[in-house]
Design a protein around this ligand. Structure first.
Ligand SMILES: Cc1cc2nc3c(=O)[nH]c(=O)nc-3n(C[C@H](O)[C@H](O)[C@H](O)COP(=O)(O)OP(=O)(O)OC[C@H]3O[C@@H](n4cnc5c(N)ncnc54)[C@H](O)[C@@H]3O)c2cc1C
Length: 443
């Protein structure tokens, strides 16, 4: 009889993995809290199309996507904007989120995956420290293994017993509270920069963007502290002053969401359990893109499950998935979480200094589809320290950057020392050392 796999939550990586497993003969069901027509958000997303290929999902038809325009980064003073220069071969695509879901759900259904919509999952069902199923509002369901694709604040992850050693909730500065809305265009005039990303806008700890599109103007505000939709409307005024194109009528979106912007989850597996996508914090810290890595992780997880000849799907076997993920992507992401923490410490004046002196230039800010490590994304590594002549004048900033350099080196060492084989004791010990790297020390 085919082995049964439950995917809890219709996250993107979970659905992509479900399709691969079903193709390989597993009996796979996805349990999702939303209705089919209500999947995803009411806006567009940008991601690396090569990730679809990795998960053997076909490209969408050409009318469903376009290539993304370069972003222009605006420092707090707005004095020295920097525009990215992404090579065409690395360009990401922009798609409606609902079209992404149509693509992956249709693909999964074609390969035999079953979906149960309108089915909120309540918690994991356990036998000792093994996950054996899920408790949902439609009853209990059992399987040989549960893939957790419930997103950033997964109830499945949060319900695992402490003995699994898996972090239940995000800590301070580990997620962005985000408001996003498409507004009407208030002018027909095309702005000089079509896609502006504001760093520490209006003195706030976070980012914002205004993208001018054909029919509308796209506003995103992300901060480390929660805020309300009413407060977001007030914050929008700051962006309107600088962007006459941004109207005041919400056409789409206009609500709050959360994005993890942290290092990947330290332990992603337990007996009968693996987390994927946002539930394993697979987004790129700082920018919060998570679709591409979720699709790539789907291929890695499916391969490990399919190759498990013992058919036990225990942590010892599934650990190989975590190893593969860290080797290919996670170890490059973890240092970026340290760079993100700089955003919580740096003053607007210091950030201006980095822009004004060319320390943060187009090379550093060219965040491309292949941005999986510091080297390819933000050269806050030796290359940045090479530009340190201009840094020396600001002693506090120099200290901050040198300490960042040291912490990045430590993070690389800790990631490289991840245990090759799973045992609760060694893995949980390693996880403590890894998490300690990102602990925020209040002054
Ligand atoms: C405003 C915004 C903009 C973004 N822009 C981009 C972008 O441009 N590019 C990019 O790559 N990424 C972007 N992201 C991040 C991206 O959305 C995620 O990283 C990506 O979706 C992977 O997460 P996921 O699919 O694992 O989880 P999610 O997208 O959170 O999906 C989780 C699924 O599980 C379901 N679920 C949750 N709890 C339960 C439960 N208890 N029972 C049953 N089902 C449940 C949810 O309804 C949802 O369908 C953006 C995120 C936000 C919020």
């Amino acid at each position: 009889m085919a082995k049964k796999i439950i995917v809890a939550g219709g996250g993107h990586g979970g659905i992509a993995c479900a399709a691969l497993l079903s193709q390989a003969g597993f009996d796979v069901t996805v349990y999702e809290k939303n209705s089919r027509n209500n999947m995803g958000y009411d806006w567009t997303d940008i991601f690396d199309p090569k990730a679809l290929r990795a998960a053997r999902i076909p490209m969408p038809s050409k009318d469903k996507y376009e290539y993304k325009t370069n972003m222009t980064f605006i420092p707090p003073s707005a004095r020295t904007p920097v525009t990215q220069d992404v090579p065409p071969s690395e360009a990401e695509i922009k798609m409606e989120r609902s079209d992404i879901y149509d693509l992956i759900i249709n693909h999964a259904e074609k390969h035999g995956v079953k979906f149960v919509f309108d089915c909120p999952v309540k918690k994991a069902l356990m036998a000792g420290d093994r996950v054996i199923g899920i408790d949902t509002e439609k009853g209990e369901f059992y399987a040989d293994m549960v893939i957790d694709a419930c997103g950033c604040e997964s109830v499945v992850r949060a319900s695992l017993p402490d003995i699994c050693g898996i972090q239940k909730h995000t800590n301070e500065f580990e997620k962005f509270y985000v408001y996003r809305a498409f507004y009407n265009r208030a002018t027909d005039e095309e702005p000089e920069f079509k896609y502006k990303v504001y760093m520490l806008p209006n003195g706030r700890m976070g980012i914002g963007w205004v993208a001018s599109e054909g029919e509308y103007s796209d506003l995103l505000i992300g901060e480390f502290e929660p805020f309300t939709v009413e407060e977001a409307e007030q914050k929008a005024e700051f962006f309107r002053k600088d962007n006459p194109v941004l109207g005041d009528k919400v056409l789409r979106g206009g609500y709050m969401v959360e994005i993890p912007v942290r290092q990947p989850l330290a332990i992603m597996v337990a007996d009968g359990y693996a987390a994927i996508g946002d539930s394993a914090f697979m987004t790129v810290p700082i920018i919060g893109s998570g679709l591409a890595d979720a699709f790539k992780a789907a291929a890695m997880l499916a391969e490990v499950i399919i190759n498990d000849t013992s058919e036990t799907y225990c942590a010892e076997v599934l650990w190989d998935y975590q190893m593969k993920y860290f080797k290919a992507l996670g170890a490059g992401m973890a240092p970026l979480a340290l760079v993100k923490l700089l955003l919580t410490k740096i003053t607007p004046e210091q950030l201006d200094y980095l822009f004004d002196n060319g320390i943060l230039g187009a090379d550093e800010l060219t965040i491309t589809a292949d941005s999986t490590s510091l080297g390819s994304m933000l050269s806050f590594d030796p290359a940045l320290l090479g530009k340190a002549k201009s840094l020396v004048k600001d002693k506090a900033l120099t200290r901050m950057v040198i300490s960042l350099g040291k912490n990045i080196a430590k993070a690389s060492t800790v990631c490289a020392s991840m245990p090759k084989h799973y045992s609760k004791f060694t893995v949980q010990n390693w996880a403590r050392r890894y998490e300690k790297l990102f602990r925020v020390h209040h002054r």
